[in-house]
Design a protein around this ligand. Sequence first.
Ligand code: SF4
Length: 244
Amino acid sequence: MSAPEGSLFGDQIAASRLAERFFALDAQKLLRLAIEDLFPGRIALVSSFGADSAVLLHMISEIDPATAVLFLDTLQLFPETLVYRDKLVEQLRLTNVVTLKPDARLLAAEDPDKFLWARDPDRCCEIRKVLPLAAALQPYDAWITGRKRFQAATRAALPLFEAEGARIKVNPLAAWTKADVDAYFEKHALPRHELVAMNYLSIGCVPCTSPIRPGEDARAGRWRGRGKTECGVHVATPDAGADI
Ligand code: SF4
């Protein structure tokens, strides 16, 4: 399938056109289209290597294992996440996984005791996630996220394509349910993140992640009780993850 004529980037109209044109494609076909036809060599998957991440990583391994995968190591992650990253990279033979880290000088100046998450979580996320990702995305015209509508009320209207600054965000799993995710894991015998068995259904940094209780949505354990629902990577931050 060929790319549509005209600019693909830069505004919500372009994103809406893409969403309208390709709404009927299933996730695998949409992902292949984005990687091979719409943004060849100019698209990256931003992955947290969290609870559901193996789905998109597996799809990418079948399309092109050299697709760029950007992984934000905030230096506050669960050790199990780093183990899971290494396991999936090896099992899926991914060849272009880039681990991003926060600027050491900013951390030394603003978070020397590693408690900025308690004093000012928005600034903590900015230093540890938003800024490193914004820098790493510079060479790309588009990026892929693993966000899904079912995860939280704040994601209920998530489109397949979004404009963000000069880039397009592609959300191939937007319409997927938890049952779809579970079925994909089972069909492809994908390993689970160790913390999923302990009811961590959305996994971020240690200080800001807790297990969910029965009846809660998948992201209820993130920044619990603190009125914060996103890290800033996905909230109108120009040029700034996935299930981050
Ligand atoms: S999730 Fe918490 S620890 Fe991680 S970057 Fe954001 S505020 Fe900091």
